[in-house]
Design a protein around this ligand. Structure first.
Ligand SMILES: Nc1ncnc2c1ncn2[C@@H]1O[C@H](COP(=O)(O)OP(=O)(O)O)[C@@H](O)[C@H]1O
Ligand SMILES: Cc1cn([C@H]2C[C@H](O)[C@@H](COP(=O)(O)OP(=O)(O)O)O2)c(=O)[nH]c1=O
Length: 717
């Protein structure tokens, strides 16, 4: 099939990473991951230190000390982003990285030696400021070590760095638990976090050693004399997640102790429209609930009879849950409206606060914290993606989360101290409500209404019952209310048969559709071979617009409607007339392509796309859809011609498309033939012919044939 837009270099040339660039990148990755691990380990370690130092004080004093550490660790990211970028731009990059981690090693080691609250607070601030310096430097080095242009290789490298940076948070929490248990068992130093503090220091030292021995990081940057220009663009990429296509890729967790840029608050989210306000509220709920638990975890764990290990376990639950949520969110309940999913997730997070506060069993609380983290992760991952639909950037959401996080760390522990412990007697039984638990309940009381309002504002399926919608999504398809199922004129079909070929790029659709058409013609059938997009005159113009690499900034909805317009024209002028005269129509792609690409691929609400298309095609569905299944890398590897606009999408896009096709076929097995298209062509052809035979009419005009013919009758869709 001819393709449009041919000015891009071949994909093969692009995806081959520069061999020499890989090693420095690994070094950078390792150094950043270690450095972040040090940061994330310092958080509970320093909190445990001030906790131990204030052990004999009243709850309010303890709470204030803990709040102090947390505030000082968030503050740099909020206030000092731009100066840090400036400063980092003036220094030699490798030396900066080595120095930052070397100094942090010395600072952290000094904490147990000095053993005083004010010094611990100062170290907390300086450790966080170090992280703030590290990130812009890493961002500046990245283009050189990731092999050049901000294309796919660069993008992958950037995400890999982010994964290392944030992924080390749960690892740090687990390490903290292990060290607390060892400290407790081996040295009887329960409640003295010295071991964790020294471990954090050692990790910083290891990070410094890693960058020190990586000379390539210096040489790699020597040429990047464009200075701040070169420094701030990747910075934006790292922290605002801007992608060259204009659609953004959020990866970061909501509370970026490390370096989210408050300067990003200029972004284009104007909280004017309902859905945007819903998104903003959802972001606030995520930050508020997760950070509240984070902030009172140590005090709460102690109320529940746990020491530092218990504290670390709550943090581990929360961060591991969040990591899963961030990963699973975009894949979760694919047929469900994304906005409904965000709303449900924030409601779940707000509700989860109540048992986290009330249940008096540490193990259960750890699991509840994990659930809360999961809900927050899902809401964040899906929410930041959908911010791309309603706004150009989600940097606003990040800045908002950071500010909310700061308010939460500053307010929730002191609130716990203020309320204090209470003994409630409930009809004979007594219940001890600790200060931290009560503070979490207050947060729940604030968060729950906010979450409900967020759900209402975000809901793009009003009037469609939530339970039915979720139940259908759990079973893998999008719920369509009965009254919407048939849109447009009733299917008028005389005797024709309609067969569609679907699948990802290079699956062999064109090849197999052509072979099937030849085979059918050989057997005397009137066959119309056609394809989407671009089977009609108008369709060809739409195809050019849709596939041309020059087409940039086309919104996902406009793209959906253009494909649907092409399809409406295709049905009206080609498919329906052919079927009415009794022909067999073989189409290379049809409506499932839009559900898979524009729905699953672009992560839009699949049921809305189904509705638009149901109207466009007047309910005309194929009698048989042959789904050619092949991993994206195999299919894309088969293509020789230059990539078009859709083929150039990243690997995950094509993976989602594949999963989407699969879900559609699984939901209606009678109408699909799923073929493993990785096999030799002839084998596939035979399998398809075998299945097509089952739905063929007799080639001799009906009426001259006995009604008891062994050929099955044609079914209406
Ligand atoms: N089963 C197969 N095994 C290996 N290569 C195949 C197979 N089927 C098709 N091809 C080759 O893969 C390339 C893409 O096939 P094509 O039918 O155009 O895929 P699609 O229309 O799905 O993009 C062509 O060069 C074709 O010859
Ligand atoms: C029909 C259809 C195609 N597409 C995309 C998939 C393909 O990348 C492109 C069609 O290009 P085409 O050259 O026909 O690709 P193939 O040979 O793989 O069929 O348009 C959609 O995204 N949505 C749709 O509804």
């Amino acid at each position: 099939m001819n393709r449009t837009g041919a000015t891009r270099p071949l994909r093969a040339a692009e995806s081959q990473p520069d061999e020499t660039a890989i090693k420095p990148f690994r070094r950078l990755w390792l150094a950043l991951t270690l450095s972040s691990l040090g940061h994330w380990l310092s958080v509970p370690a320093l909190i445990a230190v001030v906790g131990a130092l204030t052990r004999d004080d009243d709850l309010p004093v303890q709470a204030q000390a803990i709040a102090g550490v947390l505030v000082l660790m968030v503050l740099p990211a909020l206030l000092l982003g731009p100066p840090a970028v400036l400063l980092a731009g003036r220094l030699d990059r490798r030396i900066t990285m080595v120095a930052v981690d070397g100094v942090r090693f010395a600072l952290v080691v000094s904490v147990p030696l000095v053993d005083a609250v004010p010094w611990t607070l100062a170290v907390a601030f300086l450790v966080a400021f170090g992280t703030l310096l590290w990130f812009p430097v890493a961002a500046a080095v990245l283009p050189a070590v990731a092999g050049g242009e901000p294309e796919e290789g660069y993008e992958e490298a950037r995400r890999s760095l982010l994964r290392g940076g944030y992924g080390s948070a749960p690892v740090a929490a687990l390490l903290f638990v292990a060290l607390a248990l060892v400290g407790d068992a081996a040295f009887g130093v329960a409640d003295r976090a010295d071991l964790a503090v020294f471990a954090a220091a050692v990790v910083f030292l290891a990070a410094a050693a890693t960058t020190f021995t990586a000379r390539a990081l210096s040489t790699a940057t020597a040429g990047a004399a464009a200075g701040l220009g070169a420094l701030s663009a990747p910075l934006k990429l790292l922290f605002q997640g801007q992608r060259r296509s204009g659609r953004t890729q959020p990866d970061g967790p909501p509370v970026a102790g490390a370096g989210a840029q408050a300067g990003g608050a200029h972004a284009a989210v104007s909280p004017a429209s309902g859905p945007v306000r819903g998104l903003v509220l959802a972001g606030t709920v995520v930050a508020l609930t997760a950070v509240a638990v984070f902030a009172v975890a140590r005090l709460h764990a102690r109320d529940l009879g746990g020491g530092d290990a218990g504290y670390g376990s709550i943090l581990a639950g929360l961060t591991i849950g969040a990591a899963f949520g961030l990963f699973l969110g975009p894949r979760m309940l694919a047929p469900l409206s994304r906005r409904r999913l965000i709303g449900l997730a924030v409601i779940a997070a707000a509700l989860a606060l109540v048992p986290v506060a009330l249940v008096q069993n540490l193990v259960v609380v750890v699991f509840l914290a994990a659930f809360l983290g999961l809900a927050c992760g899902v809401a964040w991952a899906v929410g930041t993606r959908s911010a791309q639909d309603t706004a150009r950037s989600f940097a606003y959401l990040r800045a908002l989360a950071l500010v909310t996080g700061l308010v939460a760390v500053a307010a929730v522990p002191p609130l716990a101290g203020l309320i204090g412990a209470h003994r409630l007697s409930l009809g004979g039984a007594v219940y001890d409500l600790g200060g931290p638990a009560a503070a979490l309940l207050v947060v729940a009381v604030l968060a729950l209404p906010a979450a409900l309002v967020a759900f209402r504002r975000l809901d793009d399926r009003r009037g469609i019952p939530l339970l039915a919608d979720v139940a259908a999504a759990l079973r893998g398809y999008a719920y369509t209310p009965p009254e919407l199922e048939e849109s447009g004129p009733a299917v008028v079909r005389d005797r024709g048969v309609f067969i569609a070929f679907e699948g990802g790029e290079g699956a062999g659709k064109t090849t197999q559709a052509r072979l099937a058409a030849i085979w059918l013609r050989d057997h005397g059938y009137d066959v119309v071979s056609t394809q989407e997009p671009g089977a009609t005159k108008i369709g060809m113009r739409l195809r050019a617009m849709l596939l041309d690499q020059e087409t940039t900034g086309l919104s996902a909805r406009a793209e959906t409607l253009l494909y649907a317009a092409d399809r409406a024209d295709h049905v009206a002028n080609v498919i329906r007339p052919a079927l009415e005269r009794g022909a067999i129509v073989v189409s290379d792609r049809y409506v499932d392509s839009s559900l898979a690409y524009q729905g699953f691929g672009r992560e839009q609400d699949v049921s809305s796309i189904a509705r638009v298309n149901a109207w466009a095609i007047g309910g005309l569905l194929p009698d048989l859809t042959v789904l050619l299944e092949v991993p994206p890398e195999t299919g894309l590897g088969r293509l020789a011609s230059p990539a078009d606009r859709i083929e150039s999408e990243p690997h995950e896009f094509h993976e989602r498309v594949r999963e989407g096709f699969r879900a559609l076929a699984d939901a209606d097995p009678d109408r699909y033939l799923i073929v493993d298209a990785g096999r030799p062509q002839a084998e596939i052809t035979r399998e398809i012919q075998y299945r097509i035979r089952e739905i063929l009419p007799d080639p001799i005009p009906a009426g001259t044939e006995d009604v008891t013919s062994t050929f099955p009758a044609i079914k209406d869709a």
